[in-house]
Ligand binder design. Structure first.
Ligand SMILES: [Zn+2]
Length: 76
């Protein structure tokens, strides 16, 4: 039995680099939401495939958006 243990290919590329995003706006809730999981937590970069530069931007923007009540802290 030739069982191939293939790892699921995860997206390795940083989406924001692909989109050539230079600045993440905290008001861009739709974009930010893509980096939140169903519990409104920030998806770690090893999962999302973001580079650290953009991950940092995302983190900052999400924090800001939460302060402005644009994003929830916890989603139930
Ligand atoms: Zn990037």
């Amino acid at each position: 039995m030739a069982e191939q243990r293939r790892r699921k290919k995860k997206l390795r590329k940083c989406k924001l680099c692909e989109m050539k995003v230079e600045y993440v706006d905290y008001k861009d809730v739709r974009l930010l939401r893509e980096f939140l999981n169903e519990k409104a937590k920030i998806i770690p970069k090893r999962v999302s495939g973001n580079c650290s530069k953009h991950q940092r931007m995302i983190k900052k923007a999400i924090k800001r958006a939460r302060q402005m009540a644009l994003l929830p802290y916890i989603e139930l």
